[in-house]
Design a protein around this ligand. Structure first.
Ligand SMILES: NC(=O)C1=CN([C@@H]2O[C@H](COP(=O)(O)OP(=O)(O)OC[C@H]3O[C@@H](n4cnc5c(N)ncnc54)[C@H](OP(=O)(O)O)[C@@H]3O)[C@@H](O)[C@H]2O)C=CC1
Ligand SMILES: CC(=O)N[C@@H](CCC(=O)OP(=O)(O)O)C(=O)O
Length: 341
């Protein structure tokens, strides 16, 4: 089986990570590579690490250039994906790495993004209950935001054990989450050697997406206070999630819930008791490392997830969804092996 794949936004961070991972996929043949203003350049001018593709020309993102592929990944800025997707046939598997089709509520879309809501596609987080079935055979996938993936997987098993109306998430994150254009405008002197919170006070646009996921995972009335924190690293997120424990919950209950939930998940790695997730172990891998416990004194469950925002957080997760949509084994071409030190 050879699946022809086009990547739009190929010169960006997500496009580059998609191509790095697709090069390792045994069933994939890499077709058109497209972008915006950099059309006409060589891919190697943008991604020196993608040696096998260095001399490939970057094409314009047009319907003609995307025609004839089995799969089209959209790694474009918010609002750019919907018009491109509208021109692609229903038989083509289209996977959007941006936000255009993630939210179910048009009110949430208006409040956090503004403008018209393009619609809702099957959501590319296979670990949510029933989601593998929804992704099987689909020809449209909305790839999740990076904070929603790691936060959801960190706290999901504990939801029956906590008050889900009082969740807090504080998540140190890498500037690469902002994309190449923005990340290269951060001054080194402003990012190196400091940490800075942003999107404070319930304003970050991933807040409704996280709550949507927690509802899908069984939470009745999830209310999340989410604060991302920019820190000096090239990739990675460490999501620290906590919520009041329900009456009578013990540390053993918390551990048992995580063991049961993740025993068979290929890409969620529950660490041995007492070992806490670090971003480094996830770099370049399609994994989330998870640990949780009970803070008995404060009466809260504390759960931590580490993830590479570009790997499982975007490109790897998108390829995992591609595998499911096409009926391939879910793990095909995806690694759980990170990079260290
Ligand atoms: N970075 C991350 O960690 C994550 C990103 N995402 C999402 O993935 C998508 C891509 O993000 P990222 O790679 O970080 O962004 P980048 O800014 O790094 O890359 C954007 C890409 O889109 C291309 N592009 C920009 N405008 C247009 C246009 N009008 N038409 C065609 N191509 C265009 C750019 O091409 P050119 O160089 O020619 O301008 C570039 O290839 C975004 O929707 C983002 O929200 C999702 C989860 C995590
Ligand atoms: C550092 C930084 O700016 N990170 C981004 C993460 C964006 C992301 O992961 O996803 P989408 O943009 O596709 O929603 C942010 O906070 O918006």
């Amino acid at each position: 089986m050879s699946i022809s794949v086009a990547v739009t936004g190929a010169t960006g961070y997500v496009g580059g990570e998609l191509l790095r991972m697709l090069l390792a996929h045994p069933e994939v043949e890499i077709g058109a590579l497209t972008a915006g203003s950099s059309a006409g350049s060589r891919l190697g001018d943008h991604h020196a690490h993608l040696v096998p593709l260095a001399d490939r020309e970057v094409l314009e993102t047009t319907t003609e250039n995307l025609a004839g592929h089995d799969v089209v990944f959209l790694a474009l800025p918010h609002g750019t994906s919907a018009p491109v997707a509208a021109e692609l046939g229903d038989d083509v598997l289209v996977i959007d790495c941006g936000a255009d089709f993630r939210l179910q509520s048009s009110d949430d879309w208006s409040r956090f993004y503004g403008g018209d809501h393009a619609g809702t596609w099957p959501y590319g987080l296979p670990e949510l209950p029933g989601q593998r079935e929804r992704l099987a055979g689909t020809r449209r996938v909305a790839g999740p935001g990076c904070f929603p993936t790691v936060s959801t997987l960190a706290i999901m098993p504990a939801l029956p054990l906590v008050d889900d109306s009082a969740l807090t998430i504080v998540a140190p994150t890498a500037p690469s989450g902002a994309g190449k254009k923005l990340a290269t405008t951060f001054l080194g002197s402003e990012v190196l050697g400091q940490a800075s919170a942003y999107g404070v006070g319930g304003t970050h646009r991933h807040t409704p997406e996280i709550e949507q996921n927690l509802r899908a995972a069984g939470a009745e009335n999830p209310v999340v206070s989410f604060t991302p924190v920019l820190v000096p690293m090239s990739r990675g997120i460490l999501a620290v999630v906590s919520a009041p424990a329900a009456e009578g919950v013990t540390a053993a209950d918390v551990r048992a819930a995580y063991v049961a939930a993740y025993a068979d998940e290929p890409f969620v790695h529950l660490l041995p008791e007492g070992q806490w997730p670090q971003t480094q172990g996830t770099l370049g891998a399609n994994t989330v490392h998870v640990q949780a416990t009970l803070d008995e004194r404060a009466g809260r469950v504390v759960a931590i997830g580490a993830m590479d925002n570009l790997a499982k957080g975007t490109a790897g997760g998108a390829i995992q969804s591609m595998n499911l949509a096409l009926g391939l084994p879910e793990t095909t071409g995806l690694t759980t092996i990170g990079v260290a030190p």
